[in-house]
Design a protein around this ligand. Structure first.
Ligand code: ZN
Length: 266
């Protein structure tokens, strides 16, 4: 298996995986979604809430805030020595204490203060609740590691998708250079240069085949490689996109090894 990074920007990474089949590509996608741990608020203690929002709704909103995750410093509760009761190795406390005077105010995720400076909201601009004048909020929240298979709030990825690598071929003998394919292509893959049709940025092709439909029969063929996939991964901010790809590949390798060991023991 070979991985080539095509493009990376902030929380989004595009990469090419070669030498694998579709089952492996899908297993990698599902590992990123459901098996890779991330931190999220899981228990909330509402000490005071005079806002219009119900405690349950507030707890739900707190749970959905992506928290920056440090996989090295925290254990999964089921793997911790405390047996999931909650200790400093598997749990982080965040507090929120807000009170309004004469003016209303919106409470944002950056108002949460964390016991561990490394475990903070990935974005401070998430609105939680609007407080009217003279309202008060005192909350203690406990974050822990969890997996997407348990609850979607633990997913470190907001998008993970893959597509086949397109192969676009123009047959010069069947092409009459009408240029219709250039106009119809939504991704601007085709261009007309004098009396020849050429291709550019073919990785952007969405395999819609609009060019094939509008063209002379046999002039353009769209195919795809069977052993290469283009991935797009967008992180929630909990982990870096590189970390997501690296850790999920390791997890998948480990799960395959365990499955093989089990199959051999039968
Ligand atoms: Zn523990």
């Amino acid at each position: 298996m070979e991985i080539t990074i095509i493009h990376k920007q902030d929380n989004i990474i595009h990469f090419l995986v070669e030498g694998v089949d579709v089952a492996f590509a899908n297993a990698l996608r599902r590992t990123m979604l459901t098996r890779l741990p991330a931190m999220a608020i899981d228990e909330v203690l509402v000490l005071e809430n005079t806002s219009v929002m119900y405690d349950e709704m507030l707890a739900h909103r707190l749970g959905l805030i992506p928290l920056i995750t440090d996989l090295e410093s925290y254990n999964l509760p089921e793997e911790c020595d405390c047996e999931g009761k909650g200790c400093s190795l598997c749990q982080c406390t965040l507090t929120l204490e807000e009170e309004t005077g004469d003016e209303e105010r919106i409470v944002y995720s950056h108002d949460l203060s964390s016991q561990d400076p490394k475990v903070v909201p990935a974005s401070g601009d998430i609105p939680l609740v609007k407080l009217a004048p003279n309202q008060r909020l005192i909350i203690e929240a406990y974050a822990r590691l969890g997996k997407g298979v348990e609850n979607a709030k633990f997913q470190p990825v907001s998008t993970v998708s893959y597509k086949y690598v397109p192969i676009v071929e123009v047959n010069k003998e069947n092409c009459n250079q009408c240029g219709d394919c250039v106009d119809v292509c939504p991704k601007n893959i085709l261009l007309i240069d004098g009396d020849t049709i050429s291709t550019q940025n073919t990785l952007d092709c969405s395999l819609c085949e609009a060019c094939v439909e509008v063209c002379e029969p046999g002039a353009i063929t769209i195919d795809s490689k069977k052993d290469a996939f283009l991935f797009k991964v967008e992180s929630t901010g909990a982990l870096s996109p590189e970390e997501i790809v690296e850790k999920s590949s390791e997890l998948l390798k480990e799960r395959i090894r365990l499955a093989l060991d089990y199959a051999n023991s039968l």
